[in-house]
Write a protein that binds this ligand. Structure first.
Ligand SMILES: C[S@@+](CC[C@H](N)C(=O)[O-])C[C@H]1O[C@@H](n2cnc3c(N)ncnc32)[C@H](O)[C@@H]1O
Length: 289
């Protein structure tokens, strides 16, 4: 039998109510421990506004009680995810950072040439780490569909992961709005089906069949086999040096020898990527075996 939905008593929360300095630092500690993200003292108003929304939704009366509630939740509890959705940014769109996609398309051509010479198998593993709603993973698939000759004969898997369960659920729909689609090149529009007059596009199986999504916290090491290319973009800007280093170590361990790590231009990780060749400020290659 389904559990009855609890009816929450109405809670009145003054729109001006703010977290105290001590609550701010306790929220900040909890978020840092669980995600690696630093909430700075300047974010007091932002945090207060975002948590206030959760108080209204949950019927919990004040910031202190909500913090206690969060602390005792399992990391996969839906409320923890709702809270994370409030405090993280999911900004993303297809073909974000054009030059990186130009590089990726030329990399694919090189890989195709190497297989023709019989030097490499037709196998490709790509990871979109911190994929948000899946736009980056779909961009990877678009580049493969358009630039890897006879890609259907390849063994290709693209994995998209994010800490946000809500983001991953949305990614699994493979549906994108007008804003997310605005930079998709004309020749890639055929890989999407437009819903009539709705200004939304759904990725066709030629893209979606290559991709799987699941939740993963970058502060932990992923157990999958190593990847040829890892995209780690626009996520570590919210991390401090210690947690950045931990993520970079975790990710580096999952890059195949001769594999590539693509970081966001503003990620600030260049000095942390150890023992790789730096090809661009945002592009690193693990040495050949
Ligand atoms: C701004 S989006 C970046 C999306 C995409 N990589 C891009 O560049 O367009 C940042 C994403 O990082 C995710 N994130 C934050 N902390 C994370 C963590 N510890 N592990 C995994 N993902 C995390 C957020 O949930 C959010 O979806």
């Amino acid at each position: 039998m389904p559990m009855p939905v609890p009816i929450l008593p109405p809670v009145t929360i003054a729109p001006t109510m703010q977290v105290t300095d001590s609550q701010l630092s306790r929220y900040s500690e909890l978020v840092y421990d669980r995600t690696g993200i630093r909430i700075s003292a300047q974010k007091k108003t932002l945090l207060s506004n975002r948590v206030r929304r959760r108080l209204r939704e949950t019927g919990i009366e004040d910031f202190g009680a909500y913090l206690q509630h969060l602390k005792q939740l399992r990391p996969k509890d839906p409320e923890w995810d709702e809270f994370l959705q409030e405090i993280t940014t999911h900004e993303t769109y297809l073909f974000r950072d054009e030059s990186q996609w130009e590089w990726f398309c030329s990399y694919l051509k090189q890989r195709a040439a190497a297989t023709l010479q019989g030097k490499e198998p037709k196998k490709l593993r790509v990871w979109s780490a911190a994929c948000s709603t899946g736009d980056e993973a779909c961009t990877i698939a678009c580049c493969i569909a358009s630039h890897l000759p006879s890609h259907r004969q390849w063994d290709i898997k693209i994995l998209g992961t994010d800490i946000g369960i809500g983001a991953i659920e949305q990614a699994k729909e493979f549906v994108f709005g007008k804003r997310a689609m605005r930079l998709v090149p004309e020749n890639c529009m055929r890989y999407f089906q437009e819903a009539k007059d709705a200004q939304i596009w759904k990725a066709r199986p030629i893209l979606s069949d290559m991709i799987s999504f699941r939740q993963h916290n970058l502060m932990n090491r992923i157990s999958d086999p190593q990847f040829d290319v890892v995209f780690l973009k626009n996520v570590l800007i919210y991390f401090d040096a210690t947690s950045k280093r931990q993520v970079i170590d975790n990710v580096q361990a999952r890059v195949h020898p001769a594999g590539m790590l693509v970081a966001g231009a503003a990620e600030g990780v260049a000095d942390m990527v150890r023992n790789y060749t730096r090809i661009q400020p945002w592009l690193f290659q693990r040495p050949h075996p």
